[in-house]
Design a protein around this ligand. Structure first.
Ligand SMILES: C[S@@+](CC[C@H](N)C(=O)[O-])C[C@H]1O[C@@H](n2cnc3c(N)ncnc32)[C@H](O)[C@@H]1O
Length: 882
């Protein structure tokens, strides 16, 4: 038995208890209604519902959730119900006329589509209604139901499988078209409750009042009582003599007695007529009264007897015999002489039983001798299977027999929400909360309760195991599929992800970790990553066709400045192809000087070094090669390019080939796996592409170049170092999520020198600092005009100094003025006054009085008159011509 299994109170903390807590239902019974509704769908279309015996309100919560908004929901119970939105509640006894009136007041003229009843008499409390048995309560609830139900309505009620059961069903059948009894999976097996769903209310005009009269409905009960009594006795005997075998109580529970545990007083046992039946029906004999306590203190009441009285359900044959002997002795002691006869009878019975036992023992022994080995093997097998089942249950939480949870496996009654009965999900949820073991334990308990089922469990377990394997495979496949789909979606939506992918691809192809530079540190590698991101971003943009004019400006700028001409050129080509033909021409003009400039920053040493044969293959000597290419290309394109004498662009098929050269090669796992296959023809091409593409644009490449230039490394060393522990990392058969994870966290420590990083940073900074082209042009224009003004001022100043009729002081002043004017960037605006000649001034020539500085004379009508005059002149000219 599991530790988490709280069996107190019928194992209250079961999965539905937990689910109810999780989902905010007030009672685990809410799931009973959910499951009933899932099966019969009576809530979805209901507009009015009455819940009789509704406290604490679990069913009301479900009704409120599943019924359409604005439906009328009324809940009644003896105890007050905490408010629930959209639900009217009141405390009342459903068997009283007051309750009827209250419901009527609440419903007004409405009729109910559904009446629910989950009532159970509050046995053991002081309520008046205790007098009512469950069956009577059901009958009362039905009485209310038929009063408020509309034709075709549904009545759901809980009944206990007692002797009244059939009578109740008969009555239901008289009033409803369809009557079905069902036990929802959430109803505990140990509970005798069953739910009857009565649909299609016939709404007869006249209902026989006898249908609601318990005396009438249950009238044949007493007749069957003696029969029942016999059955109970027989059952009890069976319980006593075969305590290890639980007999199912198929005849229902005794009226008002729905508990399994029974305690009786010792006096009852001693004084009862049928001690055997007594022992078969009672679980414990208690010594509570003074008299009984005296019996307890007597010598004949041995420790064994006391122990046996504590738990009668585990009595062995010897125990039983001892208990019966004790009873007989005690009866004699207390002088129950009148009963002596009966005692003798009973003693005889015991003796007979003893004889039967001896026979059974002999046959048992024989049986044991014959089948001992087989039985033991079977037992062991069963135990192993039980263990397996338990493990599987724990793993899957799928309930070995789906019927344990029944229809809820695909419960959609939660309106498209997560299926609470889909234990795959539920299990996960519970697992998180540590409820898994509790669930599994509960299942264990249930399975151990049901021992009879254990015999057939072999096949079941095997099936479950196969199923489990299949399930695990299925889940894995599903997970893979989901992961792929997730990646696809990420690619589609997330530009950043594209960039990351591109970076990943390029890194995969590089796989270079050869140079072990001691002064490299984490910071450097981080910087390298940062730097690499820019280029990857550019490449990703190019692939996605995102290049813009601004980008192209940046590129051209970059190229002008770059000391890494070889690498920036291919990027340029791709870009120029991407833009339109007109732009291409312009771009080519930009390229020409940059390529010429590009060589400058390479030191002589470097140039000499890169011109070696070694770099012919690696692409680091591409400067010259590409110049040659350009020369050839220019011949082809000369005709098209009027402005440019230089053309680095090849049109036609060869151009597109080149274009392909600079596209990111889709990541091919084979490339990684076969990377050291010397005979692989593609390998060199791929390498060349990588080199051409990256060249000295990455910090690693710069480091590598430095190492080579400074003769710290030879080619052989470089190649040897290429074989490292990372190079043999085969990726065959590994799931993609694992590879992705590795990609993210398992990084080769690529040594990068600080110098390399600094060089690339400086380059980036220079790029960032450069203004865009138009601004630069405007600035240049401004500068040029300033220079022109200055020159002009200088010339004027020279003229001033040469003047002989001016004093030196005057000359100095004049020159100063001129120079100030020449260097000033501000343009002086000449203020012109507009003077309207009015009155006496009209037609006057010369400066009008009181006006200083520049002025212009205007007439108030001048504009119109001038235009009119022009029109006239024009017309005259025309006439003359004609
Ligand atoms: C099992 S509970 C109902 C649980 C409820 N369906 C839920 O989901 O929360 C049974 C209820 O019946 C109520 N009850 C018993 N006899 C009653 C009566 N005569 N009138 C009204 N309520 C009664 C009890 O007070 C108790 O709250």
């Amino acid at each position: 038995m599991g530790k988490a299994q709280k069996k107190t109170g019928k194992g209250r903390l079961d999965k539905y208890y937990k689910l109810a807590k999780e989902q905010g239902y007030r009672a685990r019974s809410a799931f009973k209604l959910i499951q009933l509704n899932k099966k019969y769908n009576f809530l979805e279309n209901a507009r009015c519902c009455i819940d009789l015996c509704a406290a604490p309100g679990g069913w009301l919560q479900v009704a409120s959730k599943y019924m359409p908004v604005n439906s009328v929901i009324v809940g009644v119970d003896l105890v007050p119900i905490k408010p629930i939105p959209r639900v009217a509640t009141f405390a009342c006894d459903i068997t009283t006329p007051l309750c009827r009136n209250l419901i009527r007041g609440e419903l007004k003229d409405w009729k109910a589509d559904v009446v629910l009843h989950d009532g159970a008499p509050n046995v053991g409390t002081a309520w008046v209604q205790d007098a009512y048995s469950q069956s009577e309560l059901v009958l009362m609830s039905m009485k209310l139901a038929v009063e408020f139900l509309m034709k075709g309505g549904t009545f759901v009620t809980k009944v206990f499988r007692s002797a009244d059961y059939n009578n109740l069903i008969w009555v239901f059948n008289q009033l409803f078209g369809k009557v079905e009894a069902t036990k929802p999976p959430s109803s505990r097996n140990v509970s005798a409750e069953i739910f009857v769903v009565c649909r299609d209310f016939l709404a007869p005009k006249h209902i026989d009042p006898k249908f609601f009269d318990p005396k009438h409905v249950f009238k044949d009960l007493s007749a069957s009582t003696s029969l029942e009594g016999d059955k109970v006795a027989a059952n009890a005997q069976a319980n006593v003599f075969q305590p290890e075998k639980k007999r199912r109580k198929r005849d229902g529970y005794d009226e008002g007695d729905y508990t399994l545990f029974k305690k009786a007083n010792a006096a009852d046992f001693i004084r009862c007529q049928d001690a055997v039946s007594f022992l078969g029906t009672v679980n414990q004999i208690a010594f509570e009264t003074e008299e009984e306590k005296e019996w307890l203190a007597m010598d004949i009441t041995t420790e064994d007897v006391k122990e046996n009285c504590r738990d009668l359900k585990v009595l062995g044959k010897g125990d039983f015999k001892a208990l019966m002997k004790w009873r007989t002795t005690l009866r004699e002691e207390i002088g129950l002489e009148v009963k002596t006869k009966a005692t003798e009878e009973l003693t005889e019975t015991v003796e007979i039983t003893e004889e039967v036992d001896e026979e059974t023992q002999i046959s048992d022994e024989l049986e044991r001798l014959n089948a001992e080995a087989a039985a033991r093997a079977k037992r062991e097998r069963r135990r192993a299977n039980e263990l397996k089942t338990r493990t599987i249950q724990r793993m899957q939480l799928q309930m070995t027999a789906p019927m344990d949870i029944g229809m809820e496996q695909h419960d959609q009654s939660l309106h498209g929400q997560e299926d609470i009965f889909d234990l795959e999900h539920t299990a996960k949820g519970l697992k998180k909360k540590g409820g898994l073991s509790a669930l599994a334990d509960e299942d264990d308990a249930e399975s151990s309760d049901d021992e009879a089922g254990g015999e057939d469990s072999d096949d079941e377990v095997l099936d479950t195991e196969d199923e489990r394997e299949r399930k695990v495979h299925g889940l894995e496949a599903e997970l893979d599929g989901l992961y792929d789909a997730y990646q696809e979606r990420m690619k589609e939506r997330d530009a950043k992800y594209k960039v990351k992918e591109a970076r990943k691809n390029s890194k995969d192809r590089e796989e270079w970790a050869g140079i072990q530079k001691k002064d490299s540190d984490d910071e450097d590698s981080d910087e390298e990553e940062e730097e690499g991101g820019y280029h990857v971003m550019q490449r990703a943009k190019e692939r996605a066709g995102e290049s813009s004019d601004e980008d192209s400006d940046m590129d051209s700028d970059a190229e002008e400045d770059s000391g890494f001409e070889t690498t920036s050129r291919p990027a340029k080509r791709v870009r120029t192809d991407a833009v339109g033909a007109g732009q291409r021409k312009k771009a080519r003009v930009d390229v020409a000087p940059s390529s010429a400039k590009g060589k400058e920053p390479l030191s002589r040493n470097a140039q000499v070094w890169f011109s070696q044969g070694l770099f012919k293959d690696t692409g680091l000597s591409d400067v010259e090669d590409e110049e040659e290419e350009e020369a050839e290309g220019s011949d082809v394109d000369m005709d098209n390019d009027e402005d440019s004498g230089v053309d680095v662009q090849e049109d036609g098929p060869s151009a597109s080939e080149n274009e392909d050269d600079f596209e990111i090669v889709p990541q091919d796992e084979e490339v990684d796996v076969d990377m050291w296959d010397v005979e692989g023809e593609n390998e060199d091409e791929i390498k060349q592409e990588v080199i051409r593409k990256h060249g000295l644009t990455t910090a690693e490449a710069v480091t590598l170049a430095q190492e080579l230039v400074n003769q710290r490394k030879t080619r052989t060393e470089l190649v040897n170092e290429g074989f490292n522990r990372y190079s043999l990392n085969a990726k065959d058969g590994l799931p993609s999520w694992f590879l992705d994870d590795e990609q993210r966290h398992y990084k080769a420590n690529i040594p990068v020198t600080k110098e390399a990083v600094a060089a690339l940073r400086a380059k980036m900074r220079a790029l960032d600092a450069r203004p865009i082209k138009k601004v630069a042009e405007a600035k240049a224009r401004k500068k040029m005009k300033a220079a022109q003004r200055f020159e002009k001022a200088l010339k004027k100043a020279e003229g001033v100094t040469e003047m002989s009729d001016m004093t030196e002081r005057e000359k100095a002043k004049q020159v100063e003025k001129l120079m100030a004017k020449g260097t000033s960037t501000k343009k002086e605006k000449k203020e012109i006054k507009v003077v309207v000649a009015k009155g006496a001034h009209k037609g006057l020539k010369g400066r009008p009085k009181g006006v200083k500085g520049r002025y212009v004379m205007v007439d108030s009508r001048m504009k119109k008159e001038v235009r009119a005059q022009k029109r006239k002149d024009k017309a005259q000219k025309k006439r003359k011509r004609n």
